[in-house]
Design a protein around this ligand. Structure first.
Ligand SMILES: Cc1cc2nc3c(=O)[nH]c(=O)nc-3n(C[C@H](O)[C@H](O)[C@H](O)COP(=O)(O)OP(=O)(O)OC[C@H]3O[C@@H](n4cnc5c(N)ncnc54)[C@H](O)[C@@H]3O)c2cc1C
Length: 422
């Protein structure tokens, strides 16, 4: 990690070292383009971000295009095995229906976000600047962009990219009409060790399964799925990136308790993981005992609150040499597992547009055209994903009579619970 002086110059300055910012930095670095990433956090893993994400075919393609081959191999090697099921059940774990996923190597993979970020950081150590909170972006007289950081530092770049997530500090200037809407729903997420006292706690009936257990009361649901590494991440790192720091993470079950936002008690300590776990338990009080045990035996420190927002389609970028990627421009509720995948897809697409602009000489006009072309291609797929995620959330947690009756009463009544009710 290096400290930039008060004023630094680079080709591409990225705000935020999350999934899209790091993936874009990898893409550009691989093609010899000077890139810097400015991250608010004091270090790479200072927040409990150790949840699992499903990386689908779009996300895998973006990673393959952006990473050097040995790092892509590492990401795959430290993921879960492909294949499995997604089950929709009622709160008693009576199944309504299930989706099956092929054990195809190019199909979706479960990845731990912290492991994936560790992979994405390899080779970027001297280009990611921690404790550098971005505050604003503005155009310069010579057709470039000026990124302002707290403490009076600033960076001049050919292009500034806002990859600083849902609360983006730059969105107002780059996409002023793109502020996310509150959906009125939220989720408390946690993590439970898969092996406890030497015993694997997941019953065979739920092996290789994600589950969404809809509550009887409108707006409540519990989701859980297993992050079971195909091999320990430390082994994968030793093989594909010897000497690189490997995250020390064991297999876990990730769970999320969905609830209407007004049910988060006023003044609730949103940063108090123990209080959040209590809220999750209270919300899931009527769910199957296995689900309640899952929450009770979770790692209290890993509990987080996420409020669900949905991005608004922005018009053309309001600054010529700036653009936004990922949650900064198209936040979406976590239904369907598209947020991170769309963020990775943005990174590879924008990387390709910028690389082509530099190959053509890298003039200010070429960069502006590249950012506009990226936007035009990104908006349709990203907002299709936003609409899908929001629609799915409304269907599964809403109060539509017939639909709810079929999901919660008719279909489950045809099945026995997946687990005994003890
Ligand atoms: C529990 C959970 C489960 C999820 N599961 C999935 C899944 O299965 N599949 C999927 O596709 N998606 C999933 N998502 C969504 C996915 O994690 C996000 O969509 C994705 O991380 C967005 O990437 P990003 O790069 O846009 O932003 P982020 O990954 O949020 O990164 C933003 C970065 O910017 C930094 N930052 C913020 N403000 C500033 C500032 N002012 N200055 C400098 N830096 C700043 C932040 O510290 C952070 O490092 C899940 C999300 C959650 C919460």
């Amino acid at each position: 990690m290096t400290e930039p002086s008060t004023h630094h110059t680079t080709s591409v300055a990225i705000a935020g070292a999350g999934l899209s910012g790091l993936c874009l930095a990898q893409y550009l670095r691989l093609r010899g383009i000077d890139v810097r990433v400015y991250e608010r956090d004091p270090g790479p893993f200072t927040r409990p971000q150790g949840y699992r994400i499903t990386v689908d075919a779009d996300g895998l393609t973006a990673l393959r295009d952006s990473l050097p081959p040995h790092l892509y191999e590492l990401a795959i090697s430290a993921a879960g095995n492909p294949g499995g099921y997604f089950r929709f059940t009622d709160q008693r774990l009576r199944q309504a229906f299930k989706l099956s996923f092929d054990a195809d190597d190019d199909a979706e993979r479960q990845m731990d976000r912290q492991v994936l970020r560790s992979v994405l950081l390899l080779g970027l150590e001297d280009r990611v600047h921690y404790r550098h909170e971005v505050t604003a972006v503005e155009p310069t007289a010579d057709g470039r962009a000026l990124l302002r950081l707290e403490n009076g530092r600033h960076v001049t770049a050919d292009a500034v990219i806002a990859a600083d997530g849902i609360g983006s500090a730059l969105r107002d200037r780059i996409a002023p009409d793109g502020a996310p809407r509150d959906t009125g729903m939220a989720g408390v997420y946690g993590r439970t060790p898969l092996v406890q006292n030497g015993t694997r706690i997941l019953p065979d009936a739920l092996d290789r399964s994600g589950v969404l257990a809809l509550g009887d009361r409108t707006g409540r649901a519990v989701f859980f799925t297993t992050m079971e590494f195909a091999r320990p991440p430390a082994q994968a790192f030793a093989r594909h990136a010897p000497g690189a720091p490997a995250p020390d993470i064991e297999d876990y079950i990730m769970w999320g308790v969905v609830l209407p936002r007004p049910e988060i008690p006023a003044g609730a300590a949103v940063n108090d993981p123990v209080a959040l776990r209590q809220l999750a338990l209270a919300t899931a009080a009527d769910h199957h005992p296995f689900i309640r045990r899952l929450i009770e035996t979770s790692d209290p420190a890993a509990t987080i609150l996420s409020t669900f927002a949905a991005g608004s389609r922005p018009g053309p970028w309001a600054l010529p040499n700036a653009a936004a990627t990922g949650d900064a421009v198209h936040a979406m509720p976590p239904f369907g597992a598209h947020g991170g995948n769309t963020a990775l897809r943005d990174a590879a697409l924008l990387g390709a547009k910028l690389a082509a602009a530099y190959a053509a000489g890298g003039s200010s006009d070429a960069i502006t055209a590249a950012l506009a072309a990226y936007r035009d291609e990104m908006i349709p797929y990203a907002f299709k994903a936003v609409d899908l995620a929001e629609g799915m959330m409304r269907r599964l947690t809403g109060s539509k009579g017939v639909q709810q009756w079929v999901m919660l009463k008719l279909l489950p009544s045809l099945h026995r619970p997946l687990l005994p009710a003890t």
